[in-house]
Ligand binder design. Sequence first.
Ligand code: GDG
Length: 500
Amino acid sequence: MNTVEVSAPLIVVSNRLPFVLHRNEKGELSRKASAGGLVTAVAPVVIECKGLWIGWSGMYDLDPRTKIPEADPEDKAPTAGLKSEQVIAVHVEEKIFEAYYTGCCNGTLWPLFHSMPDRAVFKADKWKAYCIVNEEFAKCTVQALRKTLRELDARGETNVVPVIWIHDYQLMVAANTIRQVCEEENLRCKLAFFLHIPFPSWDIMRLFPWDDVILQGIMACDFVGFHIEDYCVNFLDCCSRRLGCRVDRNKMLVELAGRTIHVKALPIGIPFDRFVELAQSAPVYIKDTDAVRVILGVDRLDYTKGLIHRILTFERLLEKHPEHMEKIVFLQVSVPSRTNVKEYKQLKEEIDQLIGRVNGRFSRPNWSPIRYIYGCINQDQLAAIYRDSAIALVTPLRDGMNLVAKEYVACQIKDPGVLILSPFAGAGGMMHEALLVNPYEIDDAANVLHRALNMPQDERMVRMKQLRLREQVHNVTNWMKSFLASIGALATERDDPLVS
Ligand code: GDG
């Protein structure tokens, strides 16, 4: 059963709205679907419980009085049923938003939380912008909560407690203001937060000059979720060492000012069945998979994803094992990301050059070892390349979870391939049947790649069967259920054995 019923209205707060807004030449607005797993899982629940979604519209010049358009009648995206009045766009002046998003979120928190402090820039004005924008999100959220409570009270549902669910590192201090106002005005709600990226160790966190504000911001929630237990433990450790909070590491509880905050590992999943369906129907996208075996990489172009190390690994494989020449290709799909940030531009140039060098070094008249797509392919094409690749190289240097590893195994509906996975991705601690490899150890990684290329079919089958089974069970719908159950807002299937 794939429906999730929630016992209270859900107010989701994320940096971006769950769809992209577009304006045509006439100035008319329309929605364009964004296809992430999170939106797929969460949007139907928000629709069903008549909840709300709060986020930035992606437009600086949107008049705050503008009505968010209804979905196009043709729109088949999971967000199509979200009515205009269920969507609240947050408005922030461009300069402030840039300082918050490009400056603090991407320039400081992203590298820091991925344990790459040398890349992090600490600037007071960017941090100030982060606080201002979080405050703005908090104000919109409180308004939305007041409206929700008025509606509930008018229906006599005075016992129903709305759930506010804040997402990710862009909004770590918003809950502070929300809690304050709720206490002042006696507004009832449950506050929850989920972090999609790693939570770093105390040693890294303490480098951030305003670490206490972040910890207090997260602790303003009643419930805090991370992908894996390591991140929970890091968070508890920071609360204890930085703020002197009492923590219970076994029960995953932390106390602040007489309140107890529940912390839990909730590993996100993917819409498994949707990927299987896509893989079953998607037309062939890589035409020559009979002649060459494809080693696949799919990532946003980001320094955390380990692209340079991955290309060097592939180069090392060709050096050590020339017998693979002309029999394999490495296909890397890199989705442009944060293209206005200097570091990302530099990384792109570095990758372009490296690929050029490796292709120049090993190419034959009718074969080049690396194929590189710098751009976004559609869902059908993505499912087709997942399905038809012999190996997926998922080797981030650090990653909260990594959905590509999960999507790859979901699409392995034919002769099974091999997943090579970094232990530094959240998924690395769970997908035990993958071949784990330290991406920094280029030589060893090349050996593992060679082993994967030579792995007998029966071993591939056993490993893939188990990998697929796990993802099928722990899919994104179950993640959603686990979250709602953890916060006491799951209306049905309370005794579902999959929900812990
Ligand atoms: C953050 C955390 C955590 C990629 N290329 C194309 C495409 N994609 C889709 C994939 C996948 C998604 O993008 C990437 O997800 P990841 O999990 O790999 O990475 P982040 O974007 O960094 O996400 C991460 C995640 O949040 C969830 O909590 O796992 O650790 O960093 O779904 O399919 N989709 C299409 N074309 C592409 O070319 N259509």
